[in-house]
Design a binder for this molecule. Structure first.
Ligand code: E4P
Length: 217
C-alpha cells in the first residue's frame, strides 16, 4: 500500500519524506488555507515546492466547478510539474473533465467520494485515483471502511485500474484496516503514519537491551 501524506505543511512533508516511506502528497483548498497559502500564484508555487520535496504523486485540486473551468485549471496544474495529479470533485462536470484528462494522458484524482456508485463512475471515466473519505463517513455514523471494501470488490470484479486512495484517514487503525481491505493508497496526517511506530514492548525491550549492554561495557 502506498503512503501519501494529507497536508500542505512543508515541514511535515519533509519529515515523512526523510523516513523514506512516503509515496506522495494530497492537498485540498482547506489544507492550503490552514498553512496560510492564498492566491493562485502562491498556491501554484507551493505545489512546485511540494513536488521538489517528494518523489511521488502530488494531488492538486481545481477550484472551478464547471467543465471548461476545470479543464483550464487542470491543464495549468498539470503543466507545473510531471508529479502533479489533477484533483477533481465528484460532480457531473468533474466526471466529464476526468474523461477529458484521461483521454489525454493527464492523471486525475476524483475527490469527495462517499458511495460505491460514485467510485464506479470514477473508474468508468478513467480516473487514476478515487478518493473515498472514510473519516468523514465515520463522522456521520456510517462505516467508512465498508465503502473501501465495496469499492475493492467492484473494481476487482471488472479489473478496473483506478487506484483506491483511502482518504480522510484519521488514525493508525484506519491505516491498518485499509491495508487489510486492499486499498491501493492511504492518505492521512503525519500522526497516522508515525503512530504506526509505537509499541510499549518495543520501548521497554530497547531500554532493557541498552541497560544490559551498559552492564557489560
Ligand atoms: C483527501 O484528499 C482529503 O484531502 C482529505 O483526506 C480530507 O480529510 P479530512 O476529512 O480529515 O479533512
Amino acid at each position: 500500500m502506498k503512503f501519501f501524506i494529507d497536508t500542505a505543511n512543508l515541514e511535515q512533508i519533509k519529515d515523512a519524506q526523510d523516513m523514506g516511506i512516503l509515496d506522495g502528497v494530497t492537498t485540498n483548498p482547506s489544507l492550503m488555507a490552514k498553512e496560510g497559502i492564498t492566491g493562485t500564484d502562491n498556491i501554484m508555487k507551493h505545489y512546485v515546492e511540494i513536488c521538489n520535496i517528494v518523489e511521488g504523486d502530488v494531488s492538486a485540486e481545481v477550484i472551478a466547478t464547471d467543465f471548461e473551468g476545470m479543464v483550464r485549471e487542470g491543464e495549468a496544474l498539470a503543466e507545473l510539474h510531471d508529479q502533479i495529479v489533477v484533483k477533481l470533485p465528484m460532480i457531473k462536470d468533474g466526471i466529464k473533465a476526468c474523461k477529458y484528462f484521461s483521454d489525454r494522458g493527464i492523471r486525475t484524482n476524483l475527490t469527495l467520494v462517499f458511495s460505491a456508485g460514485q467510485a464506479l463512475l470514477a473508474a468508468k471515466a478513467g480516473a487514476t485515483y478515487v478518493s473515498p473519505f472514510i473519516g468523514r463517513l465515520d463522522d456521520i455514523s456510517t462505516d467508512g471502511l465498508n465503502l473501501i471494501a465495496e469499492i475493492r470488490h467492484i473494481y476487482d470484479n471488472y479489473a478496473f485500474e483506478t487506484q483506491i486512495l483511502a482518504a480522510s484517514v484519521r488514525h493508525t487503525m484506519h491505516v491498518i484496516d485499509c491495508a487489510k481491505l486492499g486499498a491501493d493508497v492511504m492518505t492521512g496526517p503525519l500522526s497516522s503514519i508515525t503512530g504506526l511506530l509505537r509499541h510499549p514492548l518495543t520501548d521497554s525491550g530497547l531500554e532493557k537491551f541498552l541497560a544490559d549492554y551498559k552492564k557489560g561495557n
